[in-house]
Design a protein around this ligand. Sequence first.
Ligand code: BGO
Length: 332
Amino acid sequence: MKQIKIALIGNPNCGKTTMFNDLTGSNQYVGNWPGVTVEKKEGGLKGHDDVIITDLPGIYSLSPYTLEEVVSRNYLLQNDVDGVLNLVDGSNIERNLYLTTQVMEMGYPVTIALNMIDIVRKNGDKIDTAKLAAELGCEIVETSALQGEGTGEAAEKAIKAVGGAAPKYMRFCSEVEDALTAIAREAGNKVHGISERWLLVKLFERDKKIAEALGLSEGEQAKIEEIVAACEEALDDDAESIITNERYNYIGELMSNAVVKGHTGLTISDKIDSIVTNRFLALPIFAIIMFLVYYIAVETVGTVVTDFTNDTLFGEWIQPWVQEHMEAAECE
Ligand code: BGO
């Protein structure tokens, strides 16, 4: 019987462990990823002898900066997976979709579990799941891993997606798209396979680990550097920031089309932040606070406490008491 491998991927605290436990029950094996101390959890899907769920470490991005990110992306690059179940915390959807845009580029069939849907409802937010699914080009199932709502359906959809079409991926601005086409030309047949799109974006971002893994020659890397530098010059930004901004612009569009926030007003903390971090008010506010700290410490409370300590505590109480006891001791 051929096993189907589904990878669970998502941001830290999106509810992955809760969902993994719900899907696998006691049918779990815990170990470490090879060569690192990052925990690896695998388990058989309840009611499906042929489906293995692998819980990837919680990450915000498929960058090479943390051990967890490297473990997750290497696992996906090894082609050892048939489909991806991407958990998206619906109450924090904008930040969570940042990882989703990258997972889509990996080329595996993706199903999204829109988790924490109970919190979304409580907050009064409205997410048009059908619209979001149509724009992202993958199935989305609303779930509450905590309450066991929708988790089984999400897993079923992920299994059904296996072997189907690769998900859509976002398009960048024309300058970046042209640069990616040029990079593909320079890298020739070294960039290929299911994750080709993601690899090209990584080369654009000057991801050294990927350039090395692909075995690009120095000449090829130099040509790619020229392409990237020209695009940076044209867009007046560095490559990684260009990609990050493009992703958030895309997510912004998704949000404006498919998400309506219930609480549109700012929280008290947001309101305070907007004043104290205002670019014109921040420095005067800082100066006023520093003056108040000085004034309170030196002119008011500080002076009263210092005068009391010197004149009353030591001058009138402690010093006469010490003197009296010393004189008594001398007489004895
Ligand atoms: C605590 N809905 C709600 N409301 N909460 C959820 C859902 C959901 O759909 N899914 C998960 N949670 P993890 P990662 C907790 O542990 O699975 C909650 O990092 C607490 N613990 O119960 O660990 C889940 O694996 C004390 O909450 O996430 C957990 O992805 C007070 O989200 C948290 C409050 O889930 C993270 C919450 C002692």
